[in-house]
Unconditional design. Structure first.
Ligand SMILES: NC(=O)c1ccc[n+]([C@@H]2O[C@H](COP(=O)([O-])OP(=O)(O)OC[C@H]3O[C@@H](n4cnc5c(N)ncnc54)[C@H](O)[C@@H]3O)[C@@H](O)[C@H]2O)c1
Length: 1590
């Protein structure tokens, strides 16, 4: 064979059967055919893999077969559905039937080409077919390569669980072709990396270290296509490819080694289950939304934490594991957004997880077993270790409590410990030790991203070597004495987002010299992630360039990546601007001794920032043998030439802020604590805490140069110290507060802590946090301008069991755990927030300080119904920023949006004026525009920082004028919504007129508009069209509410797109939809969505077939004014049956992107389009949903052929909804379609599917299709597709097919003969084509007849009216909250709950009242005052309605005051006030703007002619504003109240009782049928009948 590749072989069970390499397809065909002779070869794969590789296999086999001289064997292939659901009994039978049909015999060889699903399934088929045939594994996912293909385990799933039926069956060969990974989705690659990292973690530290530092390089191998079979031979293999292959081989090697020793899984093989005990439990809850490897990744961290809590594994190792898994894109905690967004995430309770773990195969009896790591690369035992449930529970729980035993007063306990190393000192020590000569043992190094990438980089530059001792506690650095070499060509040094590393290494890399190696590069390249590529490095590069270094920016000016030529550092005078970061200064200082000339470093450009850090660098350089001098009184430093000398050992000083906690624990509990590595010589401000605070509080403090010992006074005897200035140690003030809470003495037990104002803008507002949380203990405080006062209490009087919220701030958590050591049962709610600086704090409390810590599971908050709930994710809670031209309506829309979202509104102009104490206009005239723009940009940053979530923010029109502000906006738009408010420029000009409140432009507005418009578009990710002046205010309000809810995660999607329900849409096939809008209510009868066929839109006089963006925007805006239904945005191409040109894909996608910007709910995307464009669009879809569609117009597509499966798979990948349209020639074609849909729906996580056949023969498929069936309407200009039926036609057909049984609905009451309800509902049923009926059931009482009606199987629901609204309640199973509150039921709905039919009572009367008020007078909003007349059941509904509208006061008038008082008592939370007369309004309140009368018309009078009736005075309409008057009396149409309103308050809206009846009836109709009531037709026929009878 001419293409013999270079192969790495691994042996398993004594045979070298695993062959690894790149581009192996011809090799596989050759090897299989020549070494495994057979009469037939069957390759089984799935549709995803087939599209990439099947034809290459077919070709290779046919080429090899043609070379055979003997009888030619057959080569067959079988393509099946991808995904776990295929790994089933049915899936196995399907392949077996295929083999039998093809008359395969015992000498068959089966090849499994695919991921683990294919390998497991096909392996099992091979194990049992003809009692076992030979098979070959060709894994195509990383998981399959390193795990599932190796070991011979095969299996299928059953409904009872995964992998329950299977066999051990070893493949003849396993061919690992790493080139397959290039087509694998990255998420699947990461999924496999979890296994790779796991294997290294239990077995091989060297391999783990390589994984830690090479993530970027490994990804390069799969991201860069290896064209021309690159990599097949070692000579053409890239560094990345070699590394990838070696990683895969390493992992396989371990697995095959373990399998060889322990084939049938007894003890050793359990080790590969590291992370799986907990990971499997998580997977069981989250599947199929999270992948196996992702769950195992989280499981590994939890299990490592179990080992750490047992005192076996060091935090260093846990930290390395976390960072390594993260580097491969894997989640490491349950707080990861990928987890919290899963629908099942709420089920991740500790008890649930433990319960699932009970059935793990590894358990011995009730004891759970976990693989315990002892260090990276080694396990504690050669098998899984038994662990107590309590320990696992503690690790899993999110909150903790420090257990206190106040009865112990035993002698002084002495704790000696070191606290985590200081981050700044760790970073410096690492560079110094690496640049020095000799070996240094670094102790107490803080492991962080910075230290990790720094070590990797220094190794890459051959500048030093590193080794770990003491399980990672000590880092042994062998320094290179400043010799550094340029790395291999093409190898970049990747720094992630590690800022300190980037700054220090920039100068380090300038020290590099050329390398003698043949493949050495010409420059050192340092790069980072996207965030790093935005962080500034300019001043440092400028200084080095000026000194002669050759540094180029590879991408953007002023940021990484950098190319640094290996020229060495020149030295002499170096000038550096040091007002931005002291790290630039430290970077040069650290490297300066190695320059060719002694360095004089002059700091220029204003005040030097953070001098203490510069002093720290200089002090540490001295320890490593280089003495820096500073010219007195200047910022000039002189650094001599020299080589650092490594001290034998260097103990990194503890982080001084962390040190305050154990010392404070000694202080508060009356014990003794000695901290190593921190003492009087420390350069950190917080190191003074012991002397300046603890000693004054009564502790004995002994401090040596680098050790501190604190002995507390007897418990309860800490002294309050009056006042303390904590400016030099601000971070320690939280610890001081915790102690002050129990400190006594002085004036009022007061401790006044000052100098800490900056703590208001740390992780949270820490001053407020301490005040609020101390209050939970009963501790009083007072906030001061730059601090707070704490009034101490005896510790044993503090409230026990307080649950401390930590604001995700490590310092709050640790400070309150100090207080928790003397207040029993204190709960610290978010234990993980300590991870920022002291990840093993809770373990150290237990293992080093000797306290007991327990896990606590907090009750989970239930979802609330307020507008701000919905699907919370950070992006959903992100504040909305509005930008747009001045006068475009930002403030107005912003206020309405914030009301709709229940958020706070910020107007940047007002914010500006409050902040600067001067109006915008004056500011500009005093300081000029540039100063204003700069201040405005700062303001924008400040608002984002302080109000980045939960707000609606309106920015000034000119915010886009500077590039800086545009960058801030664009950056924000990556995760949060920036909305461009669009308004016609003519309208703006008219609106602004000669307004003077804001600074004048000084140029025509239209010019300003031209300049800014592109910037608005560039900065915003959404557009909102302001049509305030066009639409009526109800439509405008509802569109504002819809749009802003959409972009904040509460999209207006159809509830009927759900399993078990049916949904429909109507397609608007107009060139211009505007003339059709008046028919919209008819056109949309019954449907759930409206499709806008954008490809059919044509502006009058427009040329060409592509509608302009502006036209489409205007059409959509117009459509929104006419319907509140969700919109489907479709650009159908000609080849898919539409009118959009096929060769204009870009234009089509620009229109689709426009739809995203406009917040369209559903976007139809044709899967025949370019995959890249689809992927890009899908990545930006926000809260819109994608309908991924495929239409076959050829009529050749058959639903039972592979092509449909592959279209389906592709569409499922991109779409939230799949749409496949074929064509039927016979009725039979519809059955095949139906069968396909049924099977597809069986797959786990299956997407909703729209599947229909066109043509008259296909009508049946339209009837049976459940999701978004397209329907037509007689009013449409043309059917959107042949064979379309109307909504009503489909309902009738469904009824005939037995899919929609007729239901009977009733009105219960007495007397009801004249009720309008039958007309209302029966008209609705008829218009929608529903087979139901609505009848009157007039009975004397709630008796047997009524009970029998409720029990009948065809009972659909009932309305209930007087006098049964209360009496019917005992017959019902459950009441809605509204019915409970009102105390009456007017609607009965039979519902299925947990498999049982129950009767549910609701009350829609209040909704009728509320809707009547809202729709007639939307501007009223929350009325300042409202009046209810009467005190019966309807009055209750009225009060409930007004309360829900937010009425600030509700006057209640009734002739019998005692009855009214009962009503007031029934609504304790409502602002109801009894009034005794209607003639005057209470002095403190205004006259009402909403009046609801609930008494019969005959009981009211305007002239006193009816004795005993309520006299209605003119004073009712005293309010100056306009209002609404609702008379619930049903007859006559015009009651005395409405007549009076007509003359006394002609501008008020008047609502008749029958109108309220209609409104509540619409709601009933919709709850019963799941369909919107066709209001237009229904109201017409009800009102006609009502007035005819009147
Ligand atoms: N037998 C064992 O020892 C063992 C061990 C671990 C896991 N498993 C089993 O493995 C299965 C999971 O395997 P998996 O993660 O490989 O999932 P998978 O087989 O479902 O593959 C993942 C996805 O990637 C697609 N795909 C595969 N290769 C591709 C390629 N090269 N390019 C593009 N797409 C590609 C597949 O079609 C599929 O959609 C589970 O059923 C699990 O139980 C078995």
């Amino acid at each position: 064979m001419d293409t013999v590749p270079d192969i790495l072989k691994v042996s398993i069970l004594g045979r070298e059967s695993i062959h690894c390499g790149f581009h192996l397809i011809p090799y596989i065909a050759h090897t299989v055919l020549t070494t495994l002779p057979a009469s037939v070869y069957v390759l089984v794969t799935d549709t995803n893999v087939a599209q990439f590789y099947l034809s290459a296999f077919e070709k290779a086999f046919s080429a090899e077969i043609s070379k055979l001289s003997s009888a030619k064997p057959r080569f067959l292939s079988r393509v099946i559905f991808p995904g776990e659901t295929t790994k089933s009994r049915e899936g196995k039978a399907d392949i077996e039937d295929f083999l039998l049909l093809e008359r395969c015999t015992r000498d068959t060889v089966i090849l499994a080409l695919g991921g683990g699903v294919i390998g497991d399934l096909v392996g099992f088929v091979a194990a049992t077919f003809m009692r076992g045939v030979r098979f070959v594994q060709i894994p195509t996912t990383l998981l399959a390569m390193v795990d599932s293909s190796v070991g011979g385990k095969t299996a299928i799933d059953t409904p009872a669980g995964k992998n329950l039926i299977g066999a051990f069956w070893q493949p003849e060969y396993i061919f690992i072709d790493a080139a397959f990974l290039e087509s694998l989705p990255e998420r699947e690659f990461s999924n496999g990396m979890a296994e790779v990292v796991k294997t290294a973690a239990i077995w091989d530290e060297t391999e783990f270290t390589s994984l830690e530092s090479n993530a970027q390089l490994i990804y390069n191998a799969i991201r860069t296509p290896s064209t021309g079979n690159a990599g097949r031979h070692i000579s053409t293999r890239s560094t990345s490819q070699s590394l990838l292959l070696s990683v895969i081989r390493g992992s396989i090697y371990v697995k095959s080694h373990i399998v060889t020793i322990d084939e049938r899984e007894t003890g050793l093989r359990n080790l590969v289950n590291f992370g799986h005990t907990i990971g499997h439990a998580i997977e069981a809850v989250l599947t199929p939304h999270m992948l196996h490897g992702e769950c195992v990744s989280i499981g590994m961290i939890f299990e490592a934490e179990v080992s750490r809590a047992m005192g076996i594994l060091k935090q260093v190792a846990v930290g390395r594991l976390v960072r390594c898994l993260r580097a491969y894109g894997l989640p490491v905690s349950l707080a990861d957004q990928r987890v919290t967004r899963c629908p099942g995430a709420r089920g991740l309770g500790v008890d649930r997880l433990l319960d699932i773990m009970r059935v793990d195969k590894k358990n011995s009896g009730p004891q759970k077993k976990v693989v315990i790591l002892s260090s990276i690369g080694a396990t504690y035992e050669q098998k899984a270790t038994a662990v107590d449930d309590a320990l696992i529970a503690k690790v899993l729980s999110e909150a903790v409590t420090v257990k206190v035993d106040l009865s112990t007063t035993s002698g002084i306990q002495h704790v000696k410990m070191a606290t985590p190393g200081s981050k700044s000192i760790s970073n410096r020590a690492l560079v110094l030790a690496a640049l020095a000569q000799g070996t240094c043992r670094l102790k107490n190094l803080l492991h962080s991203d910075d230290t990790q990438v720094m070590m990797a980089a220094l190794q890459e530059l051959k500048g030093a070597s590193f080794a770990w001792e003491d399980g990672g506690e000590t880092l042994v650095v062998t320094g290179g004495a400043g010799s550094l070499e340029v790395p291999t060509a093409g190898k970049e040094i990747y720094l992630g987002n590690a800022g300190t590393a980037a700054r220090f290494l920039t100068t380090v890399c300038s020290l590099v010299s050329p390398s003698a190696a043949p493949d050495a590069g010409t420059a050192t390249i340092i790069t980072g992630n996207a965030r790093m590529k935005q962080r500034p490095i300019g001043p440092l590069v400028d200084a080095l360039r000026a000194n002669g270094s050759e540094i180029t920016y590879n991408e953007s000016e002023g940021c990484l990546p950098l190319s640094i030529a290996p020229k060495g550092l020149q030295g002499g005078v170096i000038r550096l601007a040091a007002s931005v970061s002291s790290q630039y200064v430290s970077s040069i200082l650290l490297c300066a001794p190695y320059a060719r000339e002694a360095v004089t470093l002059e700091l220029v450009g204003g005040a030097v920032i953070s001098q203490p850090y510069i002093d720290m660098t200089i002090a540490m350089m001295r320890t490593f043998g280089v003495l820096v001098t500073r010219d007195p009184g200047t910022d000039v430093y002189r650094i001599p030439q020299g080589t650092y000398v490594n001290p034998a050992q260097y103990a990194i000083e503890s982080d001084a802020s962390s040190a305050t906690y154990p010392l404070a624990i000694a202080a508060i509990t009356g014990t003794k604590c000695t901290l190593e590595n921190i003492g009087s010589e420390s350069l950190q401000g917080d190191a003074r805490f012991a002397v300046d605070v603890l000693a004054r509080m009564g502790c004995e403090v002994v401090q040596t140069a680098n050790e501190t010992t604190v002995t507390g006074p007897k418990r309860g005897e800490l002294k309050a110290i009056g006042e303390v200035d904590m400016e030099p140690m601000t971070d320690a003030f939280l610890t001081a507060c915790a102690l002050a809470a129990v400190a006594q003495g002085g004036e009022g037990n007061t401790t006044r802590i000052l100098g800490i104002a900056n703590q208001r803008v740390k992780e949270c507002n820490r001053i407020k946090a301490m005040i609020d949380q101390l209050a939970k203990f009963g501790v009083q405080t007072k906030e001061l301008d730059d601090g707070l006062e704490v009034y101490g209490c005896p510790f044993n009087t503090l409230t026990r069991g307080a649950s401390v919220h930590c604001y995700d701030d490590h310092r709050v958590a640790m400070a309150f755990s100090v207080l928790g050591t003397v207040v029993p049962d204190t709960i610290i709610e978010e234990k993980r927030c300590v991870e920022k600086t002291w990840p093993n704090w809770w373990d150290d409390l237990e293992n080093k300080i000797g306290l007991k810590v327990g896990g606590i599971e907090l009750p989970r908050a239930e979802g609330s119904n307020t507008a701000t709930s919905g699907t919370p994710s950070p992006a959903a809670s992100a504040s909305v920023i509005l930008i747009g031209m001045r006068g475009s309506g930002k403030s107005h829309i912003g206020k309405l949006a914030s009301a709709a979202l229940s958020r706070q509104f910020i107007d940047a102009d007002i914010y500006f004026e409050t902040k600067h104490n001067i109006g915008v206009r004056e500011f500009v005239s005093v300081n000029g525009w540039p100063a204003f723009r700069a201040a405005e940009t700062e303001l924008l940053k400040e608002i984002i920082q302080k109000a980045g979530t939960g707000h609606v923010i309106s920015m000034g029109g000119g915010i886009v004028e500077t590039p800086q502000a545009r960058d801030v906006l664009k950056d924000y738009a990556k995760t949060g919504p920036v909305v461009h408010v669009l308004r016609d420029i003519e309208e703006i000009v008219n609106y602004l007129g000669d307004e003077t409140a804001r600074p004048a432009y000084g140029e025509p507005i239209t010019e300003v508009f031209k300049r800014r418009e592109p910037w608005f578009i560039e900065c915003a990710n959404y557009d909102f069209v302001n049509h305030i002046t066009v639409g009526d205010s109800e439509a405008t309000n509802s569109e504002i509410s819809r749009f802003f809810k959409h972009i904040t995660g509460q999209p207006n999607l159809s509830e009927n797109v759900a399993a078990g329900k049916r949904s429909y849409f109507v397609a608007l096939t107009y060139p211009d939809v505007i003339p059709a809008l008046r028919h919209m209510s008819d056109l949309t009868t019954g449907v759930d969505a409206v499709e806008l066929r954008v490809d059919l839109l044509r502006a009058h006089n427009a040329l060409g077939a592509i509608p302009s963006q502006a036209y489409v925007t205007a059409q959509l805006a117009a459509l929104r004014r006419a319907t509140s239904l969700p919109i489907i945005f479709t650009v159908r191409t000609i080849s898919q049956g539409g009118a959009f040109p096929d060769n204009s894909e870009r234009d089509a996608f620009e229109l689709l992107a426009l739809a995203l910007r406009l917040g369209v709910e559903y976007i139809d995307v044709e899967i025949s389009a370019s995959e890249r464009l689809i992927t890009e669009l899908a990545a930006r879809k926000g809260f819109s949903q994608i309908i991924a569609s495929w239409h076959d117009w050829s009529g050749k597509m058959k639903w039972n052929e592979d092509v449909v499966r592959s279209k389906y798979t592709l569409a499922s990948r991109f779409g939230d909804i799949v749409k496949i349209v074929g064509k039927a020639d016979t009725l039979q074609d519809n059955f095949v379609l139906h069968d396909f849909v049924a099977k597809a729906n069986l797959q786990r996580g299956a997407k909703p599917i729209i599947a229909i056949n066109m043509g008259v023969e296909g009508q049946m498929s339209r009837i049976l299709n459940a999701t978004l069936s397209p329907v037509t309407h007689p009013l449409l200009p043309s059917k959107a597709a042949p064979g379309q039926l109307s909504f009503a036609q489909i309902q009738k057909a469904l009824n005939l097919l037995g899919q929609l049984p007729a239901k009977r609905y009733f009105l219960f009451g007495n007397p009801i003969a004249h009720s309008m309800s039958p007309t209302l509902h029966n008209t609705g049923f008829e218009v929608l084509g529903l087979p139901h009926t609505y009848e009157l059931l007039e009975t004397a009482s709630v008796g047997e007849e009524l009970k029998a009606t409720l029990a009948a199987p065809d009972f659909g629901g009932a309305s209930v009216t007087i006098p049964f609204k209360l009496d019917v309640i005992p017959l019902l199973d459950k009441l809605s909250p509204a019915a409970e509150a009102i105390g009456a039921v007017n609607t009965i709905i039979p519902v299925i709950e947990e498999g049982n039919r129950i009767l549910y009572g609701d009350n829609t009367d209040w909704l009728g009242i509320r809707e009547s008020i809202r729709s007639r007078a939307p501007s009223i909003g929350a009325p300042a005052a409202a009046l209810v007349i009467g005190a019966g059941g309807t009055a209750r509904a009225a009060i409930f309605a007004l309360q829900s509208l937010g009425a600030q006061r509700i006057y209640l008038f009734n002739r019998t005051a005692s009855k009214a008082q009962a009503l007031v008592d029934a609504f304790p939370d409502a602002p109801v006030k009894l009034i005794e007369t209607l003639d005057v309004w209470p002095a403190e309140g205004p006259a009402p703007t909403v009046i609801v009368s609930t008494v019969p018309a005959s009981a009211t009078t305007t002239d006193g002619t009816s004795p005993g009736a309520v006299l209605l005075p003119l004073a009712l309409f005293d309010a100056t504003a306009n209002g609404v008057v609702v008379d619930m009396a049903y007859k006559p149409a015009e009651t005395p109240l409405l007549t009076l309103a007509k003359s006394a308050a002609p501008k008020w809206a008047r609502v008749m009782g029958v109108e309220v009846l209609l409104e509540q009836g619409y709601v009933q109709f919709e709850t019963w049928t799941g369909r919107r009531c066709p209001k237009h037709v229904v109201s017409k026929s009800v009102l006609e009948k009502y007035f005819a009878a009147a």
